[in-house]
Structure formats: C-alpha cells, structure tokens
Write a protein that binds this ligand. Structure first.
Ligand code: FAD
Length: 468
C-alpha cells in the first residue's frame, strides 16, 4: 500500500451504519473481531433517522389523538382542543435522539470505531475514505442502504411534493394530501394523515393496497380506510401535476384531477450503489442498482459481503439484521442458515395494522399446494370489543393433511388492532412448520386478541369452539 495513508487496520470494515451495518458491527465485535463502521451521516441509518422509528412515533401521535377523540365513548369527557404538531415533532426527535445516543454508546462500548466519512470500495477491494486514506481490513461488508425513489413528472421539491424524508419533518399537518403508492409506507402515512385531520387521497397503480399481501387482508384494509373517509383510488396511476398558489393539482391516468396541498411520493426505494464500488473490484451491481449476492450475502469477491437495502431482498430493518448475522457467521466460517425470505415477518403500522408471514392463499395455490384455509373476524373477540376495535381478520393457510403431508401452516395473515405485536406466534408457526392441530393444543390467555389465533387453528384442526 505504498503512497497511501492507512487510516487503521481492522478485521472488518463496514460501509454504512444503518440497521444492516450496525448489526454486523455489533455481532462481529461480540465475536471478538476488530471493527470499523464508515458512516457519512449518523449511525442508525434510514431506520432510526428517516424511517421505522420516526414514522412509528408519529403514528403513535395519531393513536393518542384517536384515543382522546373517542374518550367520550368510555365516559371520559375530554376533547381534542388542538393538535400542536411541533410538539409531536419534538417528542419524535427526543425518541430518535435517545435511541441514537444508546446505539452510539453500545457501539463504542464494544470497541467499534465509527469513522465519520464517505466510503467506497476501490479496484483493489480497499475501503477508501473521503480524504483518500484507506482502511486496512481483511473483510468488508457493504451496507450503504437506500434512498426514496421518485416518479417522472413529480420533482421532489420538499415543499409541495414530498418523500418520506420530508414528511417526517413536516411542521404542520396539511389540510389535504395525495399519497402516491399504496405500499407499506404509503398506507402508514395515509393512515396517520387521516387520523390527524387531513383529507387523504391514496392512489395505487395495482388493483389492491399492499401488493404482495393476502388479497382478503388488503380488502379489509381498503374498506376500513374508506369508512374513515379516505379516498382510495386503486388500479390508477398518476401522470403529473400542476402547482397552484397553495398546493397542486395532480392528474390521474383515469383523466381525473385532484387538488391537494401536498403530494407524498411513496413508490419504493432505490439502493445507494452509485459510486460505491469500483467495477474493477469485481463486485457486480444489477440493472436496478442492487449489489448482487448469494444466499450467504457473498458478493462473489473473496472477503466482500453486501447486506440490507443495498441488495435485492425485502427492504426491512430486521431483514438487514438477519443478513448481517449470516454475513458475519459466513466470514467466521461458522455454520449458518441463510435467510428464508418467503417467511420473514412483515408489519405495517397503519390503522388497522397489518402483519403477515409466509404465503398468501394465492401464492400457496400457485405453488401447487392443496390448501385449507380458516379465518375469523374480531367481532366475537372479547378484547377487541373491550378496545372498541373489532375491525379486522385473522387468516391461517395450511397444507391439506394427507399421506406424506403433515398439514403444516404455510401462511398467517392478520389485520386489526395490535396485529404487529400478535404476529410473533404466527411467525413461529410458519417457520417451525407447525400444524394447526399442534398450535391448537396451546392455551391462549383470555381475554386477549391472540385468542383468535388459537380459535382459527382449532377450527382448521377440525373442531372449532366458537368458529368453524
Ligand atoms: P440504511 O438504513 O439506509 O442505512 C445505510 C447507511 O449507510 C446510512 O446511514 C447512510 O448514511 C450510510 N451510507 C450510505 N452510503 C454511504 C457511503 N458511501 N459511505 C458512508 N456511509 C454511507 N423497516 C422495517 O423493518 N420496519 C418498519 O416499520 C419500517 N418502516 C419504514 C418507514 C419508512 C418511512 C422508511 C423510509 C423505511 C422503513 N423501513 C422499515 C425500512 C428500513 O428503514 C430499511 O429497510 C433499513 O433502514 C435498511 O437498513 P440498511 O442498513 O440496509 O440501510
């Protein structure tokens, strides 16, 4: 390395300190490796600063608003006088800052070096910092994450046309908003804005909300959104918009025009691979910008792995955590099971919440399974009645038992209150390939929302108590 300044020697250098990068750092440091994380902004990445945490914190503001607004039903005479969104933002920031301090402290305690710099992989597979110095590292993990995508005709100006980055630091709730894209992030923002008083138009080009989710679940969600006064426009795209004095008018592919104060573009994210790797390093980037990896997150270049949103796997923080562990164990030559992407947990924190793991009914049939399906709403669930939130459904899809077939659970799909917290049992059932009869043997405490899971499993095992 003649003529090049060496910024430090490590067993592992990681580019990007988001959930993928910091999880890899923590896991590797716990295994005794010396680790450096090169981060140009703040450790925690999108998830902590512009994603999961701030978005869910503001959704909690919406939940508190709803609770106060419906308090009279419980005999508590309190009214929402006013929404001080600047205080909501301050609280959100305090939560983010606390978690950021905690994460930084934990990384330092493990002896992880956080290097504040841009990083890139050069032709010799070295990590080069902004000042031209290089890290001497035996192993490298690329974890540069992703940024919001936009669409033609909608230039992000941060004023009228926003992405999730700008929504999360809005000073006020707009009177009207069009959310373009009915995926997880779009549904969460639409739900939050509707709860906090905006007139919401949610536009999705596919025929259903949450493409990839079970059809019946997305139908329950769309009905619920519409009942709450949101306009849900499905199977329709957008062509462009014409700004006016106080907002803009968007043009839908149906020819309709919708006038709104703000437009939120939530059409997915793109990997941050531009300029990240020198093509001569041998690391391959596909036509969509994802770094190519195998099931062990290996790039094909010895000593270089890639994880998280930078690779073409589900863009979820917990998938990044799982991939970090796979990469580090592979690096340590320890036995490791690759991530089973068809069975990862998905949670969407809109109201009602949606959560699922495993195959949808359509996917199971398309995969050639003969399936049995049981489902139940929440109308008969005592806890849901107590909460006053009976809108929802739990659906269990299992292989039909028969000779040589145990009848394992293939998919668990929930929509309703606290679905994201309830998914845990369903996730385990899918991944442990439990059968409905096995699940039905376990006791669900009463009264809980999780009783519906037990009930549906009982029904699917042939003898339901309250359903079937
Ligand atoms: P990132 O979190 O994007 O982190 C990458 C880091 O690398 C960044 O800090 C960046 O500054 C740094 N970096 C990039 N390039 C360089 C470079 N060349 N040099 C140095 N540093 C660099 N996921 C969930 O699981 N649950 C949720 O509820 C959820 N909600 C979300 C809500 C929103 C609004 C958004 C936008 C995302 C949400 N996600 C959620 C997705 C989640 O945030 C991402 O999947 C996750 O952050 C990806 O982690 P990562 O480490 O791969 O990348």
């Amino acid at each position: 390395m003649e003529g090049v300044a060496i910024a430090g020697s490590y067993d592992l250098a990681i580019i990007g300190g988001g959930p993928g990068g910091y999880a890899a750092a923590l896991y590797a440091a716990a295994a005794g490796l010396s680790v450096a994380v090169v981060e140009e902004d703040k450790v925690g990445g999108t998830c902590l600063h512009r994603g999961c945490v701030p978005a869910k914190e503001l959704l909690e503001t919406a939940a508190v608003y709803r609770t106060v607004a419906s308090a009279a039903d419980f005999g508590i005479l309190a009214a929402v006088e006013k929404l001080d969104f600047s205080q909501s933002q301050r609280r959100k920031q305090a939560v983010v800052d606390q978690l950021h301090r905690g994460l930084t402290g934990l990384m330092r305690k493990r002896g992880i070096e956080i290097i504040s710099s841009h990083g890139r992989l050069d032709a010799k597979r070295r990590v080069v910092l902004s000042d031209g110095s290089v890290l001497d590292a035996s192993n490298v993990i690329l974890a540069a994450g992703s940024v919001p995508r936009s669409i033609p005709g909608f230039e992000i100006d941060g004023e009228v046309v926003l992405t999730s980055d700008e929504v999360l630091s809005l000073g006020e709730i707009p009177q009207s908003v069009a959310v373009i894209g009915g995926g997880a992030i779009g549904c969460e923002f639409a739900s939050m804005f509707a709860d906090l008083g905006s007139k919401v138009t949610l536009v999705e080009v596919m025929p259903r909300l949450l493409p990839g989710c079970d059809g019946e679940v997305s139908d329950v969600l769309a009905r619920s959104f519409r009942r709450r006064g949101m306009e849900v426009v499905l199977g329709t795209g957008v062509e462009g918009h014409t700004p006016s004095g106080s907002g803009t008018t968007i043009r839908l592919t149906s020819g309709r025009e919708v006038e709104v104060e703000k437009v939120v573009i939530s059409v997915g994210r793109r990997p941050r691979s531009e300029g990240l790797v020198d093509p001569a390093s041998g690391v391959r980037v596909d036509s969509k910008g994802f770094v190519e990896v195998d099931a062990y997150m290996r790039t094909g270049v010895p000593g270089v792995w890639a994880i998280g949103d930078l690779v073409g796997t589900p863009a979820l923080a917990h998938v990044g955590f799982a991939e970090a562990i796979v990469a580090v164990r592979d690096m340590l030559k320890e036995p490791v099971v690759p991530v089973d992407y068809g069975k990862v947990p998905w949670c969407i924190y809109c109201r009602p919440e949606v959560a699922f793991s495993g195959m949808t009914e359509d996917q199971a049939r398309e995969a050639g399974f003969e399936v049995v399906v049981a489902k139940d709403g929440l109308g008969g669930n005592s806890r849901a009645r107590i909460l006053g939130e009976t809108e929802g459904m739990l659906k269990l899809i299992a292989e039909k038992p028969g000779p040589g077939r145990s009848g394992r659970v293939l998919g668990v799909h929930l929509v309703g209150p606290w679905a994201t917290e309830l998914l845990g049992q369903g996730y385990l059932a899918v991944n442990w390939e439990a059968t409905p009869a096995e699940i039905a043997q376990f006791i669900q405490p009463h009264p809980t929302l999780s009783e519906t899971f037990g009930e549906v499993a009982l029904a699917l095992s042939g003898r339901g108590l309250h359903i079937g």
